[in-house]
Design a protein around this ligand. Structure first.
Ligand code: 4AD
Ligand code: MG
Length: 454
């Protein structure tokens, strides 16, 4: 027999005499004359209907069990599906104890409920759709950059630097090997951390390949229980040499967001529809709208003016020089019409050492940009980088970081060029396009403060 995935089986144009399908049972309905099964193998949201003689029923054939079905693929008389499988044999590969299995047939479990079972929740429709979309978006991000001439770089996970300078580093501890030896601490006796961003390594590479990107796990020791922070999350980062304007960086951010979103919409229509039906009905039509319009841009100073007009609405009073709080981001996005908003030129003192000095004043700013989106707030952060040796030297000196960043200063001595880049939080991107409230529901195995299940 020809082995077919469920997705293929549902789409073959003509009947097939002998096929084999494997998967997990999503429903069993036994009638006097006929036994109906639905089998799902993760290749699509839809399950394949199996029609069998009741004599093939067996007590191990329950919701959740793994099966292999052989038979004939025929046109289905039902409008909802193209093909169904007339079973000749049904073999239970792995039974499932229905009493102990936490997922229940035909129930739409709340996301908070299935979150308790990180090893089983992928058998649920919502997580199934989410993970297929996540996979498609990942592929699309890689194609977007590869198609536009960027070189992909594997930036390291273990590093000695704190790119964001925010002190949110996880330090690497004692290794099992070193436990009893003299090299007791850190990473073979040298300090080492899990990376918070691949940016500095990308800057190295942009100095040779011009346009580079990376897409990997990043780590932040943020002790926060918020619905948009994880301790381990995926970040897409790009770095572009020979770039003098922040607008160029913003254009790449906008193109990336639009290209990946339209690919997801066209490649996973049924999976996206599930979210629009059950999770975030208000999302319907919003993304199509986003794809059509140019993103809005305002400066940080303009943002402050807008916020001050509505000062009484906030717990944290907006003042020039303060960081934008979640409530401020939400207000700005609303004010601009629930569309993505670029905020540019942030106060010098708010931002990390690598951002390019705008040399303005008295309200001193750097060439930074954050992209805020509806429902999420900050989705991307980027900037022009300080490529001028004297500026960088004096800033590092004031921060006491000159020794640490000798190599970074070197880059400004050996063929320095104006450059810039950005990072996009991949989980926040998925939250945005799907309208998912909690970031823990858009990553297969969430890690956050005080929680590392599995
Ligand atoms: O704004 P961030 O900290 O920027 C950087 O790390 C830059 N070095 C990137 C660059 O220019 N190459 O982080 C970038 C994005 C944020 O806008 C946010 O979407 C996401 O990463 N992010 C988080 N996502 C989930 N959980 C967290 N704890 C996050 N912290 C940041
Ligand atoms: Mg940021």
């Amino acid at each position: 027999p020809r082995a077919l995935r469920v997705r293929e089986a549902l789409r073959v144009p003509e009947p097939v005499e002998r096929v084999k399908v494997q998967g997990w049972v999503r429903s069993v309905r036994s009638q006097k004359e006929v036994l109906f099964l639905h089998v799902n193998d993760g290749s699509s949201l839809e399950s394949l209907q199996i029609v069998a003689d009741p004599s093939l029923e067996n007590r191990d054939l329950t919701f959740g069990s793994a099966v292999e079905v052989q038979g004939k693929l025929v046109k289905s008389p039902h409008k909802m599906q193209n093909m169904e499988l007339k079973a000749e044999t049904i073999r239970v590969v792995g039974p499932c104890n229905a009493l102990l299995f936490p997922l229940k047939t035909r129930e739409r479990h709340p996301l908070e409920y299935v979150r308790q079972f990180p090893h089983l929740r992928c058998r649920n429709n919502t997580l199934g759709s989410l993970l297929r979309i996540r996979s498609e978006a990942t592929a699309s991000i890689h194609s977007f950059f590869q198609d536009n001439g960027y070189v992909h770089i594997h930036t390291p996970i273990i590093t000695s630097n704190d790119c964001e300078g925010a002190g949110e580093l996880f330090q690497i501890g004692v290794s099992n090997e070193a436990k009893d030896s003299a090299e007791k601490t850190h990473f073979f006796n040298v300090p080492a951390f899990l990376t918070v961003s691949g940016q500095l390594h990308l800057e190295v590479m942009a100095g040779a390949f011009t346009h580079v990107f990376t897409f990997g796990p990043t780590f932040r020791a943020e002790n926060s229980q918020s619905r948009r922070h994880l301790a381990e999350f995926y970040m897409v980062e790009a770095e572009l040499s020979f770039t003098e304007s922040l607008q160029d960086i913003m254009q790449v951010m906008e193109d990336l967001l639009k290209t990946v979103t339209s690919t997801v919409l066209s490649k996973c229509p049924r999976d996206v529809e599930l979210f629009q039906k059950y999770i975030a009905p208000a999302q319907k039509g919003r993304l199509e709208q986003m794809l059509k319009n140019k993103f809005v841009t305002i400066s940080y100073s303009e943002a402050m003016e807008i916020l001050k007009q509505a000062s009484q609405a906030f717990t944290f009073k907006p003042e020039w020089g303060c960081d934008l709080q979640t409530e401020h981001e939400k207000y700005l996005v609303e004010h601009c019409g629930e569309v993505p908003v670029f905020v540019i030129n942030y106060p010098y003192d708010l931002k990390p050492f690598y951002m390019r000095d705008n040399e303005d004043g008295p309200q001193h700013t750097v060439a930074a940009v954050d992209l805020l989106v509806p429902g999420v707030g900050e989705l991307c952060g980027g900037s022009l980088r300080e490529e001028r040796l004297p500026f960088l030297e004096s800033r590092l000196q004031r921060l006491g970081l000159t020794d640490t960043y000798q190599w970074y200063l070197d880059l400004r001595k050996f063929g320095s060029v104006p450059h810039g880049g950005f990072g996009m939080g991949f989980e926040r991107y998925l939250q945005y396009i799907l309208g998912v409230d909690n970031i823990k529901d858009v990553i297969p195995f969430p890690r956050f403060s005080h929680s590392c299940l599995l």
